[in-house]
Design a protein. Structure first.
Lengths: 290, 154
């Protein structure tokens, strides 16, 4: 059941410093508002009840996608829809493009930011899986400090991240793609607008027909998105023949630690991890060789 | 606690005093008096509350009214020119794309936003554009046919 929002104190800071100060002053009583898709819905479901809401929407300079030799960066207010339609992301970071494209609906992607999606810290996040595969780093800004951490260090558990009161994720940083990197994203859903039963994001480099780097991320099968490191090891250094790919897919299925819920059973999720990892590696490979 | 905000709704400037915890949907329906955006799920799942904010479709149940300060809002009441229906409205009627009508305002606005951005969409692009708008009555095919017809006649 949802209900009208309960009263809260509302702030519209115009700089990150000001936002961080308000957030650290009120600690756990305050929440950041970006697109509001998750925050407002959770408040209406009475799952959280912040006394203060700090909108970052009026802070200029947080909505961008920029690329240079070092890689690509986007900001805290970059909408999922902007990521979906970025030609550079479509060309160089296909995994992220595919993850954004498969999120329904247009409305959610227009308001919803990619960073907000990460900050919800759900293991079903398609954006998080894609960013694991791409070795993304997050810039976290507090009132007195700033740090950059790998995305894998950001998530602690279901709806839990390392963010301390007063900290804001201000930027996502992606390394530059090497020429022979291929990536692919697959997810299994009941209907287009539902969240994933399982999602898989893969990124590979191939040199002289051998696999160099391999990153395989699995979503919705553990309390956070995870990497299938045994599967990655099986691929690295190999010539990626079908037998090896199948072996990696089976290893990934063993690494998954899914739960049974209304969307799927444990067995089904594991089975689908195997299928999707195989397909994603095959597609990434085709792209890396293209 | 009330804040004075300006909203341009269907081309008309409104000044309203709102509490920050009021949603855009509540303000459009209760303060401005336009009841075409509907509230059903209140959580972003159904899009019956769709309005166009600066030309883009959003779920007004999840937008705070204060966020829409100085922005342009379009509801279905602003789509027709007097008694002359918008081509999409006309096509929806002729194709039987409306049954109970609850989803229709949101559906039409999603379709309008699509055609504004991409005047010649494929059937697949149309289905993607309305994927967030749930309809319990029509089975979607007639809606897709209506939008396709307008796209092809443009
Ligand atoms: C119908 C529907 C379908 C969806 N389908 C999918 C799907 O298929 N795949 C998928 O991955 N997601 C899906 N989502 C989730 C959606 O993508 C996220 O809820 C949305 O992107 C959140 O972003 P936001 O900007 O609206 O965040 P908000 O709701 O504004 O914020 C979310 C949380 O993050 C915090 N926060 C936001 N920004 C920052 C920041 N910069 N620094 C620190 N904290 C911050 C907020 O305090 C809040 O706790 C779906 C949602 C809906 C409603
Ligand atoms: S009422 Fe807003 S999305 Fe359902
Ligand atoms: S016509 Fe009844 S919900 Fe669509």
């Amino acid at each position: 059941m949802t209900q009208p929002l309960k009263p809260f104190g509302y702030f519209e800071p115009t700089t990150i410093e000001e936002a961080a100060q308000i957030l650290s002053k009120y600690g756990t009583k305050a929440k950041v508002l970006a697109g509001g898709i998750d925050l407002v819905a959770r408040m209406r479901r009475r799952l959280i009840q912040p006394q203060y809401v700090v909108s970052i929407l009026n802070i200029p300079g947080l909505d961008y996608i920029q690329s240079d030799e070092a890689g690509l960066r986007f900001g805290a207010l970059t909408a999922i829809r902007s990521i979906e339609f970025s030609p550079i992301i479509e060309r160089d970071y296909a995994v992220l493009h595919e993850a954004a494209s498969q999120i329904a609906s247009v409305q959610v992607k227009t308001m919803g930011t990619a960073v907000g999606n990460l900050c919800v810290a759900t293991p079903a996040s398609d954006i998080a899986s894609a960013l694991y595969a791409l070795a993304a780093r997050l810039r976290i800004t507090g009132s007195a400090s700033e740090k950059i951490i790998p995305i894998e260090d950001f998530f602690v558990g279901v709806n839990k991240s390392v963010l301390e009161p007063g900290e804001i994720v201000t930027e996502v940083i992606l390394p530059s793609p090497t020429l022979q990197t291929g990536g692919a994203f697959f997810k299994l859903v009941r209907t287009a607008a539902d969240i994933a039963k399982v999602n898989v994001a893969v990124s590979l480099t191939v040199t002289d027909n051998r696999c160099g780097e391999a990153r395989i991320a699995l979503g919705s099968v553990a309390p956070t998105v995870i990497r299938a490191t045994h599967a990655e090891e099986a691929l690295k250094g190999s010539t990626l023949e079908p037998k090896v790919v199948e072996q990696a897919a089976q290893l990934a299925a063993q690494e998954a630690k899914p739960i049974a819920d209304l969307r799927s059973t444990v067995e089904y999720r594991r089975g689908m991890v195997r299928v999707l990892v195989r397909r994603a590696v095959e597609k990434a490979l085709t792209r890396a060789r293209a | 606690m009330k804040q004075l905000i300006q909203l341009t709704v269907n081309g008309e400037l409104h000044e309203v005093r709102v509490e920050p915890w009021k949603t855009l949907l509540e303000v459009i329906r209760d303060d401005i008096g336009l009841t075409s955006p509907k509230e059903a799920c209140s959580t972003g799942e159904c899009s019956a509350c769709t309005v166009l904010l600066n030309g883009k479709p959003v779920n007004s149940c999840l937008v705070l009214a204060v966020e829409a300060q100085s922005k342009d809002i379009l509801t279905i009441e602003g789509l027709s020119q007097g008694s002359k229906l918008h081509p999409l409205q006309d096509a929806f009627i002729r194709h039987g794309a409306i049954q109970c009508g609850f989803c229709t305002p949101g559906m039409l606005l999603s379709a309008k936003a699509l055609l504004d951005e991409n005047p010649q969409p494929t059937e697949e692009e149309i289905r993607e554009a309305i994927s967030g708008n749930l309809c319990r009555c029509t089975g979607y095919n007639k809606i897709v046919e209506a939008i396709l017809e307008v796209a092809q006649s443009q």
